[in-house]
Design a protein around this ligand. Structure first.
Ligand SMILES: NC(=O)c1ccc[n+]([C@@H]2O[C@H](COP(=O)([O-])OP(=O)(O)OC[C@H]3O[C@@H](n4cnc5c(N)ncnc54)[C@H](OP(=O)(O)O)[C@@H]3O)[C@@H](O)[C@H]2O)c1
Length: 311
């Protein structure tokens, strides 16, 4: 993208705007969750479209690969309201991908998927931000009762109630999550629950980022996003072996074992642990389908990943 190079600001609890929207016509956009898989795609996509990105991150060092794409950095943990003060000053649009994905910690999904996004929304309202784009998750009957999804739906509701112009993105599982199949295939064996027949249409982060960038300037309230191919988990496992050029070795684990493990986990572990684990484990044993809006194919992603260094 041909627009003037700006200074790289590393601020702690404050941020100095360096915009030139008149020159490029781009919007000033805060991307929260910029260090994540999707966040990185979104920062690059917005920069490519001529927008000015302020990246919100807990660990700015993790933004180093985005140095050319993000003009500013605002350092804060989004669950800390005080630390967020000023993060939206001078910003036209907020895009948030902040959420707990697959890893537990001290925080629960209610602290992060609801609470952190609620803090961002409050700060956006205070600063007079015009639009809030929130990356939530696919709607699927089996997922709606899970704590993580309930926390996200609660934030979606808060966003609707706020009266701020907004878009809620409802993407299916990202390719990054399906790298687990490639990792297992590299080790020689893929484990599947049940007969591996449950279906999903995973989507590339680049396709979700394009939808998020469209939502920044569009007027849709809600955007469902899925990859172009509806695949069973068995087919996904075969694609992983095919990309590596190795013989498929698949072990089917009885689905009831997973159901029992989940029930036990909910009883024996705190919400901060089972709240993040029950989501991916539930996806393995249910159909999770979205409109096929994405362009990129999982087989091509596996082909590229298999050709690169083992992860
Ligand atoms: N992965 C999927 O298949 C999938 C599918 C549908 C929807 N989603 C949703 O899409 C969003 C992005 O997913 P992803 O796969 O890109 O996840 P990811 O790689 O784990 O990224 C999550 C981002 O949120 C940030 N974050 C977490 N807690 C934070 C906090 N307290 N304060 C500030 N930032 C915080 C993380 O920062 P750090 O780098 O500091 O941890 C990271 O930048 C999530 O909300 C997820 O639920 C994911």
């Amino acid at each position: 993208m041909d627009h003037p190079v700006h200074e790289w600001w590393l601020t702690d609890g404050g941020c100095l705007p360096v915009h030139d929207t008149e020159e490029t016509g781009g919007l000033r956009i805060l991307v929260a969750g910029a260090t994540g898989y999707l966040g990185r795609h979104i920062v690059r996509e917005l920069n490519d479209r001529g927008h000015h990105v302020r990246a919100l991150a807990r660990s700015p060092a993790r933004l180093e690969p985005l140095r050319a794409a993000a003009e500013e950095v605002f350092t804060a943990d989004a669950t800390d309201r005080t630390a967020l003060a000023g993060c939206c000053d001078g910003v036209d649009v907020v895009v948030s991908t902040v959420g707990l994905v697959g890893k537990g910690g001290r925080q629960t999904c209610w602290d992060v998927d609801y609470g952190a996004n609620r803090n961002l929304l409050d700060e956006a309202e205070r600063a007079g931000v015009a639009r809030f784009v929130y990356v939530s998750v696919v709607r699927a009957p089996a997922l709606e009762k899970l704590q993580l999804v309930r926390a996200k739906r609660a934030f979606e509701q808060a966003l609707r109630n706020s009266g701020m112009a907004h878009a809620v993105l409802l993407p299916n599982g990202y390719f990054s999550d399906f790298d687990a199949y490639l990792d297992m295939a590299r080790k020689g064996r893929v484990f599947l629950f049940g007969d591996g027949g449950f279906r999903i249409n995973p989507v590339d982060g680049a396709d979700v980022a394009a939808a998020a960038a469209d939502a920044v300037t569009g007027d849709a309230d809600e955007v469902e996003i899925g990859g172009p191919d509806v695949l069973t988990h068995e087919q996904i496992a075969h694609q992983a072996f095919q990309a590596l050029g190795t013989t498929p070795r698949i072990t089917h684990v009885p689905a009831w074992l997973l159901a029992s493990a989940l029930a036990l986990m909910r009883r024996l572990t705190p919400l901060r642990v089972h709240g993040v684990l029950e989501f991916p484990l539930t996806v393995l044993t249910h159909d999770v389908l979205s409109p096929a809006t994405g362009q990129r194919h999982l087989a091509d992603h596996y082909g590229q990943a298999a050709a690169g260094p083992a992860g």
